[in-house]
Design a protein around this ligand. Sequence first.
Ligand SMILES: [Zn+2]
Length: 79
Amino acid sequence: MCVVCRERRYKDELIRLAVDEDGMVVVDSEGRMPGRGAYVCPGCVDYLKWGKTLINAFKGRARGFKGFAKSGCREQDIF
Ligand SMILES: [Zn+2]
């Protein structure tokens, strides 16, 4: 399920997000990062911003995110 639009899709249609060792949310393009993942559909990646959606998706383990390459790597404030 996409964390932005909450639409149910197959996992292979979704982009997996994971938290790296610094607590930053990153795109897990290989789908191999350990721990809990969150999924977002390709059309929603650009709408993803730092806030409750990501905090809840990772149950408080995420501290921030840097934006994603697709959306031009916007630097986001660390929560
Ligand atoms: Zn979506």
